[in-house]
Design a protein around this ligand. Sequence first.
Ligand SMILES: [Zn+2]
Length: 310
Amino acid sequence: MPTLGIDLGGTNARAAVVDAQGQILASTKLALTERSPAAVVEVIAQAAASAMAGAGGVEVRGCGVGAAGQIHRETGVLAVAPNLGWRNVPLGALLAERLGRTVRVVNDLAAAAWGELHAGAGRGAHDVYVVFVGSGVGSAIISNNQLVRGAGGVAGELGHTKVVPGGRRCGCGELGCLEAYAGGHNLIAQARELLASGRSTVLAELAEGDPARITPVMLEHAAEAGEPGAREIHERAGQMLGMAIANMVTVLNPARLILGGGVLMHCPGIRRYVVEGVQALSSTTAREELLIAEAELGDDSGIIGAALLA
Ligand SMILES: [Zn+2]
């Protein structure tokens, strides 16, 4: 029987009816106009009703939600959801009441990793490490077909491992996190600092002098054009990611490393640093069984994974 998957972002909620093989039968995306929990639950319910109607009114069994933030396992409470400005919202219980079915809430990355494991680049593997570098840096660990959650449910926070003691301040409030150097938001922030320093003519040209236009792809182009300041930021981010992921491969010994997220998809130079870093720096024995693969499901990985977890 199909299940319902929900992908809850900061600006949209998307609902999909997904079959047991991980195929999307129908989906609906609606904008969140208001961010109060009651309003968001209502939008999710509307999206779910529309997706179920689109799938021909099929009966669905359970519902899985992938949401950005820290989530208490078992209870479905969003402890911290920065995109929505929520603290301690019992989303699982609110949705279960509104939808009249059981609801499981997981972190969006865990959902995406689960989707890739069962319907994407992880098929056939039992030990998988999934890394997404988009606006932030996140990862999920699957060991012996189980998602590793940790005691507090927040295992896998690769972006907040420290790479420079006392270094750049991260969005999480701490200093020297990997994400503060290599996350998309922070690549842009560092490029803007470079632009403001007047040391970058290529970046200034690419962004037409407007810091608001800068993207990680522009930074990569400026680095590849040989601009020293851009190259420094780009190389440092790539090397830090490569080393951090290599160390995780050494610790976890996965059969498959799946790479995804906007920065790794659209910045082949950074991706190259990561692959070369993993090949050069992970331990030889941990690398013997390793296959490096690209995430296959794109934006659908989270919603498919959430549905399959339901
Ligand atoms: Zn951090």
